[in-house]
Ligand binder design. Structure first.
Ligand SMILES: Nc1ncnc2c1ncn2[C@@H]1O[C@H](COP(=O)(O)OP(=O)(O)OP(=O)(O)O)[C@@H](O)[C@H]1O
Ligand SMILES: O=P(O)(O)OC[C@H]1O[C@H](OP(=O)(O)OP(=O)(O)O)[C@H](O)[C@@H]1O
Ligand SMILES: [Mg+2]
Length: 285
C-alpha cells in the first residue's frame, strides 16, 4: 500500500509537539531518537526525522510528501510547497532589532547599516519592499550577540517572548513576519496520497478544534434556561436534563475556552451555578 511520507524535525523545538500531534491523532509511531525513518503502526504514514532547514527542499523535490515545519522556514527557503493547515504551536515572529540606546524606530535607520541574520531571504525581501539598502551579514546562530561584539548594527531574528533580545540589550523595532508550525505539502501528490492526507487533515482538525474547546456543565433554574442559553455560543443547541431537585436543570454545552472566560460573569448573573469545565479529546463537526 502507498504510504504518505511526513518530515518531522529531528530534534529541536518542533519535534515534541509534532510527535504529540500525531499521537493525539491516534497514530502510533516509535520514537526516532536513533532511527531516521519509522513507519506508523496503524496509519499509512512513514515518518522521516530531518533537519528543519533541509525540509523545504525535500518537500519541493518530493523526497517527502508533507512536513510539519515553521512557516518562517518555508518562506525563507522559497521552495515550492503548499501550507495546508496552521497547527497553533511554535508561534513566533521574525523581527528587526537594534541596541536599546538607538532611539530611532523607522526602518530607514537600517540604510547603510549592517544587519546580522539567519534569514537572509526574508530580510532581503523586506528591505527591498521598503527601499532600504543594507548590508546583510549571514550567521547561523547566536544572532542576538552580533551587535555587542561589533559584528553588526542590528539583527533580524526570531522573537517569541523577547527575553533573548532583552538579555542582549536589544529592542524590537519592526515585525517582518509572523509564524507558527504548519502542515505543508508537495504540490504534486498523486490521488492516493491526497486521499491519505485528507484523512490525516480530518484527524488534525478534530484534535485542534478540541484543544480550543471545553465541555461545560452547569446547574440552572429551569426558568432561566433561555437566558443562559442566549449567553452561550453553542455548537447546535445545549443539552438540558432535569435535576432531581424541582425547578432546576443541568445544562451541557461546548464552548471555546476563551469565550467561556469572557462569558462567565454573565452566566453567573443569569443564575448558573455549579459550573464544571471539562477538556475534550477530539471534536468532529
Ligand atoms: N523562541 C521560539 N519560540 C517559538 N517558536 C520558535 C522559537 N524559535 C524558533 N521557533 C520556531 O520553531 C522552529 C524550530 O526552531 P529550532 O530552533 O528548533 O530549529 P532551527 O534551529 O531553526 O533548525 P534546525 O532543525 O535546522 O537546527 C523555527 O523554525 C521557528 O518556526
Ligand atoms: O524571544 P525568545 O523567547 O527569547 O526566543 C527567541 C530565541 O529563540 C530562538 O533561539 P533558540 O532558543 O531556538 O536557539 P538556537 O539559536 O540555537 O536555535 C531564536 O533564534 C531566538 O534566539
Ligand atoms: Mg532556534
Amino acid at each position: 500500500m502507498n504510504k504518505l511520507k511526513i518530515a518531522i524535525q529531528k530534534s529541536g523545538r518542533l519535534n515534541q509537539d509534532s510527535l504529540e500531534l500525531l499521537k493525539d491523532c491516534g497514530i502510533k509511531i516509535d520514537n526516532g531518537k536513533d532511527q531516521l525513518k519509522v513507519s506508523a503502526r496503524n496509519f499509512p504514514l512513514e515518518v522521516l526525522y530531518l533537519r528543519n532547514s533541509d525540509i523545504p527542499q525535500y518537500i519541493e523535490d518530493g523526497v517527502v510528501d508533507i512536513a510539519i515545519i515553521g512557516e518562517n522556514i518555508l518562506i525563507e527557503k522559497q521552495k515550492q510547497a503548499e501550507v495546508v493547515e496552521k497547527l497553533g504551536f511554535a508561534k513566533c515572529r521574525v523581527s528587526l532589532a537594534v541596541p536599546k540606546r538607538i532611539e530611532i524606530d523607522e526602518a530607514a535607520y537600517f540604510n547603510g547599516k549592517k544587519i546580522a541574520t539567519s534569514y537572509p531571504n526574508t530580510l532581503q525581501t523586506y528591505l527591498k519592499k521598503n527601499n532600504i539598502e543594507a548590508d546583510i551579514h549571514v550567521i547561523s546562530g547566536s544572532v542576538e550577540i552580533a551587535p555587542n561584539i561589533g559584528l553588526a548594527d542590528g539583527v533580524c531574528d526570531i522573537v517569541s517572548s523577547g527575553s533573548t533580545l532583552f538579555k542582549n540589550g536589544l529592542r524590537e523595532t519592526q515585525v517582518i513576519l509572523k509564524s507558527e508550525a504548519v502542515l505543508a505539502k508537495n504540490r504534486n501528490l498523486n490521488a492516493e496520497k491526497e486521499a491519505i492526507l485528507e484523512k490525516l487533515i480530518f484527524r488534525i482538525q478534530a484534535v485542534l478544534r478540541a484543544k480550543n474547546s471545553r465541555y461545560v456543565l452547569m446547574n440552572v433554574p429551569t426558568s432561566k434556561i433561555d437566558e443562559v442559553t442566549a449567553i452561550l455560543p453553542v455548537l447546535r443547541s445545549p443539552t438540558i436534563l432535569p435535576l432531581a431537585q424541582e425547578g432546576w436543570s443541568s445544562l451541557h454545552s461546548v464552548i471555546e475556552e476563551e469565550k467561556f472566560w469572557n462569558n462567565i460573569d454573565a452566566l453567573k448573573n443569569a443564575g448558573a451555578e455549579g459550573i464544571l469545565v471539562v477538556p475534550i479529546d477530539k471534536m468532529v463537526l
